[in-house]
Ligand binder design. Structure first.
Ligand code: FNR
Length: 183
């Protein structure tokens, strides 16, 4: 059964709108489902030399944390038409050592957002390419492109638009049903 979901947010910004989406989903998760925001900002930039020698001490607990989840929700901004480096670094760190990826077979959800009406499409699909390689079954429909996110959440993360909240809850429900099938 699906119980514990990790929420990986592609922005480290204190007032991040993507984090606001994550917190909203966490607070509105159905009974019996726990969503946890996963820290990624402390991860040293990955270097392949670490695979053979001394690696940063934070890597192992991070991989164990990812392994402990029944699924992963990615919520990301778009930086220069792709995913932020901090998110790519987290994906790379937990994908190693080769053959022991912590992401393997975890059902995934991708939500992208942007302060423009472009909604992070580029980031959303670059991320899907990575998840395909990492063998993470990823919800196809409904797609979640959140445009003009600053009109949906306050700077302090409070929801301003009820219909967007309703949509996000629908996406979460669809994802949980999808994840249950892949569990
Ligand atoms: C951006 N932003 C942005 N927006 C977009 O729609 N497409 C893009 O390619 C980019 N590129 C980009 C690059 C960099 C380096 C920054 C800092 C920002 C704007 C982005 O949507 C906005 O800053 C969001 O508020 C970032 O998400 P968080 O931090 O609020 O979660």
């Amino acid at each position: 059964a699906i119980k514990n979901i990790g929420v990986v947010v592609g922005s480290l910004r204190k007032g991040s709108f993507n984090k606001a989406i994550g917190n909203y989903l966490k607070e509105n998760a159905p009974e019996g489902i726990s969503l946890e925001i996963v820290e990624i900002g402390h991860l040293t930039l990955y270097n392949q030399d670490y695979d053979e020698g001394q690696e940063p001490e934070e890597y192992k607990p991070f991989r164990e944390q990812i392994k402990s989840y029944d699924g992963i929700i990615f919520i990301t901004p778009e930086y220069n038409r792709s995913i932020p480096g901090v998110l790519k670094n987290a994906l790379d760190v937990a994908s190693r050592p080769y053959g022991h990826s912590a992401w393997d077979e975890k059902p995934a959800l991708v939500i992208s957002s942007s302060i423009s009406n472009q909604s992070g499409f580029g980031a959303n699909h670059h991320l899907r390419q990575i998840l395909a390689y990492l063998n993470m079954p990823t919800l196809a429909q409904p797609e979640a492109y959140i445009a003009n996110v600053q009109e949906i959440f306050d700077e302090d993360g409070t929801l301003k638009k009820e219909d967007s909240g309703k949509f996000l809850k629908q996406v979460l429900d669809a994802y949980l049903a999808f994840a249950a099938k892949h569990a």
